[in-house]
Design a protein around this ligand. Structure first.
Ligand code: PBG
Length: 323
């Protein structure tokens, strides 16, 4: 009790604060989302994500080499699919020569050590902008899981290390895991978006990939953001079905869920600081209303403190430059 105990002794100088700090960030904490599009010589800025780009495959090589040289060792790949290739069955998603499959090969060619994770969901491929096959206004579950499973196999065949199903269909982790085992892909990993909420924070991402839902919303498959127990149930099921890593998404507004899941499961837990979170800080900083670097680091540390083992973030490069 005071004055025997004075908590400020442990805050009195930079050195003592450095010694007693509980949480830190390294380049190895990050997964870097990469947006890829068809073409040559393209590095096009996403208007609602200042400082973030879509790359054609030739320029993707340079970007990946730069990430690797900074100590960033994992990427999460997303593709923008041409309208003419979109349909309701995800036909292009399983094309062995599709953009995703070529992107994986390109990354592995220039940087074999880079851990490559691929997004698995139908929305960029869907003429309806939904994560699954649509029939009579409904998103079909089991039919979608079949396509997602074939899609996952084709990503591993192309050389991906992990697939990252972001679709929230029931039973997809088990189906993908069994298919990997049957095919002899015993080391192919699955990072499941297990507690993924139906969030308004995904807006800029949907601009980046031109993948906004053409009708309705995603509330029949992504989770209600009012729910907590449901997140634990979803995540435990995914672990039981064979997920190697689980994920909470979005990040900042869901730190309670992140901590709870970290306490509940013993696989690594990832968090996704999503596009809307990135856009908010960039916009406030542009206006001079927030200190960009300070707020960015405070948020990233908050994810670690809340229990994240891995952070998927559009700020990865910005942050590593400051470390
Ligand atoms: C697609 C997918 C989305 C994100 C990752 N994968 C969008 C969505 O579910 O509508 C969002 C990422 C972000 O906003 O940064 N299944």
């Amino acid at each position: 009790m005071y004055p025997i105990i004075r908590n400020r002794r442990l805050r009195a100088s930079e050195s003592i604060r450095n010694l007693v700090r509980e949480t830190s960030i390294t380049p190895h904490d990050f997964l870097v989302p990469l947006f890829v599009e068809e073409g040559k010589g393209i590095k096009s800025e996403i208007p609602s994500m200042p400082g973030y780009y879509r790359f054609s495959l030739d320029l993707l090589k340079k970007e990946v080499q730069e990430l690797w040289s900074m100590g960033l060792c994992g990427v999460l790949v997303f593709v923008k699919v041409e309208d003419a290739l979109k349909d309701n069955q995800g036909t292009e998603a399983v094309n062995p020569d599709g953009l995703m499959q070529r992107a994986v090969k390109t990354i592995k060619d220039v940087c074999p050590g880079m851990l490559v994770m691929t997004d698995v969901a139908l929305d960029p491929y869907s003429s309806y902008g939904h994560d699954g096959i649509v029939e009579d206004g409904q998103i079909l579950n089991d039919e979608t899981v079949e396509v997602l499973t074939d899609m996952s196999l084709s990503h591993i065949e192309a050389g991906a290390d992990f697939v990252a199903p972001s679709d929230m269909m029931d039973g997809r982790i088990l189906s993908i895991r069994e298919a990997f085992e049957d095919a002899g892909y015993h080391h192919a990993g699955i990072m499941s978006y297990s507690a993924k909420y139906a969030s308004a924070f995904y807006g800029p991402f949907r601009d980046a990939l031109d993948s906004a839902p053409g009708f309705g919303d995603k509330k029949t498959y992504q989770m209600d953001f009012a729910n907590r127990f449901e997140a634990i149930r979803e995540t435990q099921l995914d672990v039981d079905e064979g997920a190697d890593i689980v994920m909470v998404k979005p990040g900042l507004a869901y730190l309670d869920i992140l901590r709870e899941i970290k306490n509940e499961v013993d696989v690594p837990v990832a968090v996704y600081q999503v596009s809307g979170e990135y856009a908010m800080l960039k916009a406030a900083a542009e206006k001079g209303w927030l200190n960009h670097d300070a707020v960015m680091m405070e948020q990233l540390i908050a994810f670690k403190r809340a229990g994240a083992d891995i952070i998927a973030s559009y700020f990865a490069k910005d942050a590593v430059k400051l470390l």
